[in-house]
Design a binder for this molecule. Structure first.
Ligand code: PLP
Length: 445
């Protein structure tokens, strides 16, 4: 099938793309036979690569048994097994799993569980959740209220309850050393200041992406940051929510990104890599005491029709087994280290690259006008779209955002599947090198 003259699909304003024919491993082909290396795993989703035969077989087996069983009518084996496996991967105490079908649903679930917990323990005045700027937590109105990115939230502000924000710890922009604990404390202490200014008794939770996603471009917290925010949350009875929708699932080199710092939240949310795009799936994993509080007070007033369906859970289970069997977290760590060092070599050759960051195979680079003061490229250049389109024409898919302080700053996520090899790394770097050259040529015309 070629692209129809008139499409009835309605997404965002993005230009139309070729029609996808098939995908296997790290590659995708359009209907004209052109091959693309999926350098961003879709939107950091297809962590185990496309069309994994063992996952497809597990899905086929489940489809032959049942594809849907409503969670209020039946328990299902895949849901039980996946919940047990997920709880086993989560920090101690977080052993209650609530399935959903995506990241925004998972964040909504965390918001509501936190709120019902506060009501259950007699702290009903806690109604606000602190988040970071920039950040992305989803597109539904609750999750959007936590999202720190004005271009996405502005039209909806009058419909949402304002939620307090603190700056994300972008040490590279502030000229601070991320390896110095003082830097981590500097940013973490902004949380304490915010809690005190807002009134600790009104704050329900703090939500944080342990390794940032599209909003910050794979921002890694400075040393000491994760420990300090945990201490601050505990001090004020504020629940700590880790949004691992993108960073969870192994691509940073650990199944949960927060495991790099042994950081323990009260609630965490995961999606994207959880079922790696084979089916829509996400989960909220909560501390058992919180769940007990809410259930004892009458029950959780929340749930989605498709949540925990046996097909989605069977796929999720097969994905987790694949990650374990193939040692994909380790591969993400090793291949990610190689890819990062190759990106740094590109940075040495292209002064337009101002920063390379990230962990494992959740990596990013940022384009700047001037590296000395990290001045962003002019907005009119539309670099974040231009470079993505050039790379796309060159058969390399990368993911971009322009989020620095609203419409300032262009960063590009490089996050191929966790099955990537050194050969794939070489191909990505070659594609980026060519695309950057063509981008600079265009700029100079
Ligand atoms: N939270 C984070 C950190 C994300 O990166 C995303 C999506 O990119 C979401 C939440 C929302 O997930 P979804 O698009 O599946 O609703």
């Amino acid at each position: 099938m070629s692209a129809p003259e008139k499409s009835h699909l309605f997404y965002q304003s993005r230009q139309r793309r070729p029609v996808l024919d098939q995908a296997k491993g790290v590659y995708m082909w359009d209907v004209d036979g052109k091959r693309y290396l999926d350098g961003s795993s879709g939107a950091m989703v297809c962590n185990i690569g496309h069309s994994n035969p063992r996952v497809l077989e597990a899905m086929r087996r489940q489809m032959e048994k049942s594809t849907f069983g409503y969670r209020l009518h039946f328990e299902t084996e895949p849901a039980e097994k996946l919940a047990a496996k997920t709880a086993g991967l989560a920090p101690e105490g977080l052993d209650k799993v609530f399935f959903v079908s995506g990241g925004s649903e998972a964040v909504e679930s965390a918001i509501k569980l936190a709120r019902q917990n506060a009501v259950a323990i007699g702290e009903a005045q806690r109604t606000r959740i602190i988040s970071r700027e920039p950040s992305y937590h989803g597109c539904t109105l609750g999750a959007l209220a936590l999202t720190g990115y004005a271009p996405l939230t502005a039209p909806f502000e009058p419909m949402m309850r304002p939620m307090p924000k603190i700056p994300a710890p972008r040490a590279y922009l502030d000229g601070l050393d991320p390896d110095d604990e003082a830097t981590g404390f500097h940013y973490a202490d902004m949380l304490e200041e915010k809690i005190l200014n807002e009134g600790p008794e009104t704050i329900l939770a703090f939500i944080v992406e342990p390794v940032g996603g599209a909003s910050t471009g794979a921002l890694v917290p400075p040393r000491g940051y994760m420990r300090r925010i945990r201490e601050i949350c505990t001090r004020y009875g504020v629940l700590l929510i880790h949004d691992e929708v993108m960073s969870g699932g192994g691509r940073t080199g650990k199944f949960f990104a927060a495991d790099h710092w042994d950081a323990e939240p009260d609630i965490l949310v995961i999606s994207k890599g959880f079922a790696a795009g084979y089916v829509p799936l996400g989960a909220m994993v909560a501390h058992k005491d919180i769940v007990t509080n809410v259930l004892d007070a009458g029950g959780f007033l929340h749930g989605f029709t498709y949540a925990g369906n046996p097909l989605a859970c069977a796929a999720g289970l097969a994905v987790l087994e694949e990650i374990e069997r193939e040692g994909l977290c380790r591969n993400a760590e090793n291949t990610g280290a190689l890819l990062k060092s190759e990106l740094e070599k590109l940075m040495a050759r292209y002064p337009i690259i101002g920063d390379v960051r990230g962990k494992g195979l959740l990596l990013a680079f940022e384009l700047v006008e001037d590296r000395t003061d990290m001045r962003p490229l002019p907005k009119e250049l539309n670099a974040y779209n231009q470079l993505v389109d050039i790379a796309y024409d060159n058969g390399l898919i990368i993911y971009s955002r322009r989020t620095r302080g609203g419409y300032r700053g262009d960063h590009f996520l490089i996050a191929p599947p966790m099955t990537s090899t050194p050969d794939h790394v070489a191909e990505i770097i070659e594609g980026l090198d060519l695309s950057l050259r063509q981008f600079l040529d265009r700029m100079s015309q």
